[in-house]
Design a protein around this ligand. Structure first.
Ligand SMILES: [Zn+2]
Length: 401
């Protein structure tokens, strides 16, 4: 109940914020299949349907608007939302949509929503989907949602958003940030049918396979802990490397958040992208200019036109042949590629055959610096100290689901 109340409070907080921040992949990811996977999958065949809403589970969008969904498993069962077993099959099941109804293996017509589970597990594509998969028919198309135990989701996201070689205290801090962000997202679902998407728009989730023990340990030892600001779930955004100073939420997204203000950080100096350089070729510069509405000629210029108080580029100007366009640096970065222009803490210098970008850090720079958290942990800091530094003025509380 307490979590429900906190989540309800989180809705109020999030409702007052700008839209979800743009994010990009972290510098490093756990290699797939690195670990033994999550033990004790729920949803064994024959078990009664699980409650798929509420704080114990999170609904992650798998696919939307597809003509069919293929389920693989040795034994597959499907329940209606009211808990009746409506279909079962051995082996592969092809689901398709007929208007607002689901067709099971080309023959039987079911209702508009089913919860499917498999034994020993259910697979969609190459991925094992532990727990239940909810499939909904909408206007002749299908929507598939993975219903995942909340804490297993936290460990799985952690395995994609953090590096396994991070210090255990840094991973613990990251687990609390992941959990808090997810609880906030679940309190304000993206859609009536799902809470979050599995990509960088929320947090990267790629199923429960191959979640290494270090990530499950970090999640387990911080189980139920969330970051609160004035009693409400904080918006615990994070990024790979700040490059020396984190960014204000106000500068990045146009809205001040008291606990997301710039902090000096030298703890990420060990990050492989603490400093970076990118050579943009003339052809690539012309492609970017064209995509941004500036017809590129031989005299194309690309320059920083404004900076935030932390020195990050806020505006970029492209000019050629009398046409000049100034745009948000975030938009420029998106078009130029997040993996090329790794952060907005950058300078641009024209060189023979293109431009030289030199910069610091990777990511939007707001909130927790992941490599900085690792650096702090290696200096002896605990996860509470790490979170207090990057989300100043917040507190950590345990909530029981
Ligand atoms: Zn940093």
């Amino acid at each position: 109940m307490k979590l429900l109340r906190l989540i309800a409070a989180g809705v109020l907080l999030l409702a007052g914020c700008a839209g979800a921040p743009p994010r990009e992949p972290p510098v490093r990811r756990a290699p797939p299949g690195a670990g033994p996977g999550v033990a004790a999958p729920p949803g064994a065949v024959g078990a009664p349907p699980i409650e798929t809403t509420g704080p114990r589970f999170i609904r992650v969008l798998l696919s939307e608007g597809t003509p069919e969904v293929i389920l693989d498993g040795e034994a597959i069962r499907a329940w209606s939302p009211d808990g009746r077993l409506v279909a079962e099959a051995a082996g592969r099941v092809t689901l398709s949509a007929v208007g607002e109804r689901i067709r099971w293996n080309g023959s039987r017509l079911l209702g508009d929503t089913i919860d499917a589970a498999g034994s020993p597990d259910l697979r969609i594509g190459k991925r094992k989907r532990t727990g239940r998969v909810r499939v909904l028919a909408r206007n002749g198309k299908l929507l598939a949602v993975s219903v995942v135990p909340f804490e297993a989701y936290v460990a799985a996201v952690l395995s994609r958003e953090a590096a396994p070689r991070f210090h255990p205290e840094a991973l613990a801090a990251q687990a609390v940030a992941v959990r808090t962000y997810a609880a906030g997202a679940a309190a304000k679902p993206r859609n009536a049918a799902y809470d979050v998407v599995g990509g960088v728009e929320d947090q990267v989730f790629d199923g429960l396979d191959g979640v290494a023990a270090v990530f499950r340990e970090a999640s387990d030892r911080t189980r139920g802990l969330v970051v609160l600001y004035r009693g409400e779930l904080a918006r615990t955004v994070y990024h790979s490397t700040c490059g020396g100073r984190t960014e204000d939420a106000a500068s990045a997204w146009g809205r001040d958040v008291p606990y997301l203000r710039a902090q000096y950080c030298s703890d990420c100096s060990g990050s492989p992208v603490y400093r970076w350089e990118y050579r943009m070729s003339g052809a690539e510069g012309r492609r970017v200019a064209k995509a941004l509405g500036v017809p590129p000629g031989k005299d194309l210029r690309i320059e920083v036109a404004g900076r935030t108080p932390t020195g990050r580029a806020s505006r970029v100007r492209l000019s050629s042949g009398g046409v000049s366009r100034e745009l948000s640096s975030a938009k420029f970065r998106r078009v130029a590629g997040y993996a090329n222009v790794r952060s907005l803490k950058m300078g641009i210098v024209p060189v023979a055959g293109g431009w030289r970008f030199t910069g610091e850090g990777w990511g939007h720079g707001v909130g927790m610096c992941q490599y900085g958290a690792d650096g702090m942990a290696r200096r002896g800091a605990g996860f509470r100290e790490i979170l207090a530094r990057y989300y100043p003025g917040t507190e950590i509380r345990g909530v029981s689901p």
